[in-house]
Design a protein around this ligand. Structure first.
Ligand code: FES
Length: 137
């Protein structure tokens, strides 16, 4: 995972593995807003992976409860102190909100909505610009 700063906020970028992408499907029923109905992402990221490129996750890493910094809990299962059925993602240590590998929040947690996806665009296969959008997007 890479973290960059945008407008003073951390933006996480992950090149998701196939296993991480599969976990997005498995998690859907457990999430508050799996289909991203809340406007927490640009229209071009309102899709199954909340992204332009399916493998690349780009989200603002600030909890939507009270603004703490969720941490990585990438390993599945109980290995990192999570429940055995954990699919991998992020845990906010403040009050226990959990998020999947698309920044979508799990149900019955204090954070009410998904982590935001910032506006962004790709200038090439290897160049990502946060804060700008393709013309017409
Ligand atoms: S600030 Fe993240 S759960 Fe409260």
């Amino acid at each position: 995972m890479m973290t960059v700063e945008w407008r003073g906020k951390p933006v996480w970028i992950i090149n998701r593995t196939e296993e991480m992408l599969q976990s997005l499907v498995k998690a859907a029923d457990l999430l508050v807003d799996p289909k991203c109905e809340e406007p927490q992402q640009p229209e071009y990221c309102k899709n199954d992976t909340r992204s332009i490129k399916p493998n690349l996750m780009v989200v603002v890493g600030i909890c939507t409860h009270l603004g703490c910094s969720p941490g990585q809990k990438f390993k599945t299962g109980a290995e990192e102190g999570m429940p055995p059925e954990w699919l991998g993602g992020f845990l906010c240590p403040c009050h226990g909100s959990t998020f999947d590998f698309a920044g979508r929040v799990y149900k019955n947690k204090p954070a009410p909505i998904n982590l935001p996806v910032p506006p962004h665009t790709y200038l090439s296969d290897t160049r990502l610009v946060i804060g700008e959008e393709k013309k017409g997007a």
